[in-house]
Design a protein around this ligand. Structure first.
Ligand code: MAN
Ligand code: CA
Ligand code: CA
Length: 491
């Protein structure tokens, strides 16, 4: 009894050790696969696959044969499977129709040549490689269908449809795969010359695989082609594939090596240097071209994809920039209007000034003269406005300083963190804009300007200051977020 226990423990230990020595690496191979949604392209083609006969591919499924009599369709992978000797294929399919009995079935293939339309579940006979059949119809009346059966062929044998290949198939299992509430899943695994097929019953959304067959000493063609096919006869079913996912399998000794690892260190360095050199050359050429063809560069910029995309920070800065522009516009307008007032006053009281709102005149019309109280009102409001302009100047200066700081931060971040150059440009133009605003103010309310005759705005200074205040807060927030992001990028 004790020795049996010891043997059992030893057996388990050896199994665990073997499993640890032979880990399997698995890689999805998209060039050999298709899956819903977006299974097919708009024109009905499947990337890397040939679809022919009555097969129709859509986004949701590949219908190999419809539930109509005597139809056949195939789809074959145009690329040979060269990635590994071993593979796993996970297939999700639906077979069904109105009848209590359906026909004829679906084939899953791995062959040395591309397949063609033919009599074996829609595909050609005398194939070389593996054919796994979901045979719905009991042609030999043995009451053993629907069944899943495996037949290997070296290109010399013809499948006997009338006997369901009963004398030819290597292995099979009886499974009812028709009209199931969920897609039926199959898992085919070929590893170290052992072929296993697991089948799910399609009764629940997540697969519940059961072993259908396991065959040892199987030698499948190297660099073969995956294919699928289906056919109907006197009876018919829809035969749909929703997912055909191929994975290459590797054991420890065959671990796939990343392309970068395959290159010796010295060579890698050489490539890197060459890349750097070419990049520099390219940048130089680009700068030269820009210099020589500034008009062309503009044209090219229209195709710059960055133009069409804008991240949150860039958007915020753009909004700040736009509102600064608007402020500038308003200031220019008020400048013009005050010039008009000034003109009216200088021309000696020959103008009547209709009051709008109370503070500033809106238009100058010829005819009547200023009354004293109107003159006093205008002078008082102009004094107020002079004060407002001074305040504005101070605020604009503050914004200028803060924007300048953002620019500095971005420039620093750009050196290490690759900050978006369009944002940088925007901040630059914002700075320029502010410089213009500042310059305008210096001209209009600087030491040279007369305080009795100031060029100031009709805009409410409180609203203006509020706008400026809000913008300053946004700018500070942007600087804070940006610096945080840069830190995150760096670490
Ligand atoms: C007819 C023939 C057969 C086919 C069955 C079921 O009997 O076309 O070849 O298998 O229908 O479709
Ligand atoms: Ca059959
Ligand atoms: Ca049968």
């Amino acid at each position: 009894m004790t020795s049996t226990r010891v043997l059992l423990v030893l057996l388990i230990v050896s199994i665990v050790a073997r499993a640890q020595n032979n880990p399997v690496f698995k890689k999805f191979e998209y060039k050999h696969s298709f899956r819903a949604p977006n299974l097919a392209q708009r024109d009905g083609s499947i990337p890397f696959w040939i679809v022919s006969g009555d097969a129709i591919a859509s986004g949701e499924q590949l219908r190999l044969a419809p539930s109509m009599r005597s139809r056949k369709g195939i789809a074959w992978n145009k690329r040979a499977f060269v990635e590994s000797e071993n593979f796993q294929v996970d297939i999700s399919l639906k077979i069904g129709g109105q009848g209590r009995v359906g026909a004829d079935g679906l084939g899953i293939w791995y062959t040395s040549q591309l397949g063609a339309l033919g009599p074996v579940f829609g595909a050609n006979d005398f194939w070389t490689g593996m054919g796994l059949f979901l045979d719905s119809f009991d042609n030999d009346g043995q009451k053993n269908n629907p069944q899943v059966s495996l037949m290997l062929n070296d290109g010399t044998r013809s499948y006997d449809h009338h006997t369901d290949g009963s004398q030819q198939i290597l292995s099979s299992c009886q499974r009812d795969f028709r009209n199931k509430p969920y897609p039926v899943r199959l898992r085919i695994e070929y590893m170290k010359n052992v072929l296993t097929v697991h089948v799910d019953d399609g009764m629940q959304p997540t697969p519940r695989y059961e072993l259908c067959m396991r065959a040892e000493n199987i030698f499948l063609p190297r660099n073969g082609y995956f294919g699928v096919s289906a056919a109907t006869g006197g009876l018919a079913d829809d035969h749909d594939i929703l997912d055909f996912s191929v994975f290459s399998l590797f054991h420890e000794q065959q671990k796939p090596v990343a392309a970068a690892e395959q290159i010796p260190q010295q060579e890698k360095q050489k490539y890197d240097e060459e890349f750097e050199r070419q990049m520099k050359e390219y940048e130089q050429e680009r700068a030269k071209f820009k210099e020589q063809h500034p008009d062309k560069v503009k044209e090219d910029d229209e195709y710059d994809p960055n133009k069409y995309y804008e991240d949150a920070t860039a958007r915020e800065l753009r909004l700040i920039y736009e509102s600064q522009n608007a402020i500038h516009q308003v200031m220019q307008n008020m400048d013009q209007r005050l010039a008009q007032i000034q003109q009216a006053q200088i021309s000696g009281g020959g103008a009547a000034v209709p009051q709008t709102g109370g503070a500033a005149p809106a238009a100058v019309a010829g005819g009547a003269s200023f009354q004293q109280h109107e003159k006093n009102e205008v002078i008082t409001s102009l004094r107020d406005l002079t004060q407002s302009v001074r305040d504005m100047k101070q605020y604009v200066n503050e914004i200028f300083t803060k924007t300048y700081n953002i620019d500095q931060k971005i420039q620093q971040g750009g050196a290490g963190g690759g900050v978006d150059s369009s944002m940088h440009q925007k901040v630059d133009s914002l700075l320029n804009e502010l410089r213009t605003v500042r310059a305008t103010q210096v001209q209009t309310s600087g030491p040279g300007a007369s305080s009795n005759c100031p060029n100031v705005s009709c805009v409410s200074s409180t609203i203006f200051m509020l706008i400026i205040l809000v913008q300053s807060v946004i700018i500070i927030a942007v600087v804070f977020v940006r610096s945080k992001q840069d830190k995150a990028k760096f670490y």
